[in-house]
Design a protein around this ligand. Structure first.
Ligand SMILES: Cc1ncc(COP(=O)(O)O)c(C=O)c1O
Length: 381
């Protein structure tokens, strides 16, 4: 059993603030700060330390594979979620009968914009609107996915309302119609177990500055091993080659592994941070994190309902992630009023977003609920 009090003490910010903002950017751990310092120390002592840097990139690849329950050869270390989606888009052909990408209205913009960017290449993009309760049922996907569908590209947890889609069911439907399934798990990975094999998705993308505790500048792309050889990204570069050191400019020889979806120099500084951050996630374990985050966020939802200001996030544990969205007549003003009370959250559209991680505890819920009770008259819808 993890010692959550001790874990919390490794994040100095939490002694100063009620931090409910991990869905935007994680709190910084002592060990991640030390990893950034180690990079600078290496630069001062050694200068260019390429051997160590390339090794670190591989350590991060293995760390990500462990967390996603995949093989390291199925993981590309990218510079962002966006880079991973673009690499997949570049490898797909939309010129034939299968020209359609089914996405949803729950998407972070990047996972819709990139598919619209493929329209000049023949792609047709279909958006699934939300059900009245903010969710999208697998049955609705079943009605939209057909023999024209090349790819279903959806978010695991919505960044606007915290709803979690049934990724396994949607993947099953996609496969039964001969389509691929891409999951954007940035709003879930690190806050819950994301087992790409159990979900049976073909591609998964995400980044490391939210619940994976690291920094901007680094992300990942998982590609099902059996698909790697048949996918040829046209977004490429020297770090995507089978032999990085070959420096062959006469041809493109992609790596036999998912490294073929990488491009230029690895995100060296971010790899230092990622190594330390992924070690914390592995130490606590994603099952234990999921259990704690579910309990804390569920308790917060219940207490919000009790003060008469319920969240719009589905209450069913199976249909939500680590983030709660609370409607407000002035979400920006509410965000600022909470910040003035030392409570860090974020807002999108007309909703306040409060996101939980394993380093939060009941004292954070108490501080948040007390402030929300005080602010209700002015800011509730
Ligand atoms: C679900 C989701 N996908 C993608 C992104 C952005 O990813 P990146 O900046 O790594 O491309 C975010 C950022 O908030 C997100 O919430």
């Amino acid at each position: 059993m993890a010692d959550f009090e001790e874990l919390r003490s490794r994040f100095p910010l939490l002694a100063q603030k009620t931090y409910l903002n991990s869905g935007s950017y994680a709190a910084l751990a002592d060990s991640v700060r030390a990893a950034f310092a180690a990079y600078l120390d290496d630069r001062l002592a050694v200068g260019a330390n390429w051997d160590v840097w390339v090794t670190k990139n591989e350590v991060v690849r293995r760390g990500l594979a462990t967390i996603l329950r995949a093989d390291p050869d199925e993981v590309a270390v990218t510079t962002s979620t966006t880079a991973g989606i673009n690499a997949i888009a570049s490898a797909l052909d939309f010129s034939g009968e299968r020209d359609t990408v089914v996405t949803s209205d729950l998407e972070f913009p990047t996972n819709a914009q990139i598919w619209h960017a493929q329209e000049p290449r023949g792609a047709r993009v279909v958006h699934m609107p939300l059900d009245a309760d903010g969710w999208i049922s697998p049955e609705r996907f079943a009605a939209a996915i057909d023999e024209r569908t090349r790819l279903v590209a959806v978010t695991h947890v919505g960044f606007r309302n915290g709803a979690r889609l049934d990724a396994a069911a949607i993947a099953r439907i996609a496969h039964s119609r001969g389509a691929f399934m891409l999951l954007d798990c940035y709003q879930s990975v690190g806050s819950m177990t994301v087992d790409v094999k159990a979900l049976d998705v073909d591609f998964a993308v995400g980044g490391l500055y939210k619940y994976l505790l690291a920094t901007a500048g680094i992300g990942f792309l998982y590609v099902r091993g059996s698909l790697v050889p048949q996918m040829l990204p046209t977004v490429s570069g020297w770090f995507a080659q089978a032999d990085i050191g070959a420096m062959n400019i006469a041809s493109n020889c992609p790596s036999p592994s998912a490294r073929r979806f990488e491009a230029g120099s690895p995100p060296v500084v971010a790899c230092y941070a990622a190594e330390a951050a992924l070690a914390i996630i592995a130490e606590v374990g994603t099952d234990a994190i999921e259990e704690r985050v579910r309990r804390l966020s569920g308790a917060c939802m219940d207490q919000l309902a009790a003060i008469g200001w319920p969240a719009i996030t589905p209450r069913d544990d199976a249909r939500r992630g680590a983030m709660i969205a609370i409607p407000s007549r002035d979400s920006e003003g509410l965000d600022a009023a909470l910040a003035a009370r030392g409570i860090v959250v974020s807002h999108r559209d007309s909703n306040l977003r409060a996101a939980f991680h394993f380093y939060n505890d009941e004292s954070d819920i108490a501080a948040f609920i007390a402030a929300m009770r005080e602010l209700k008259e002015v800011f509730a819808q």
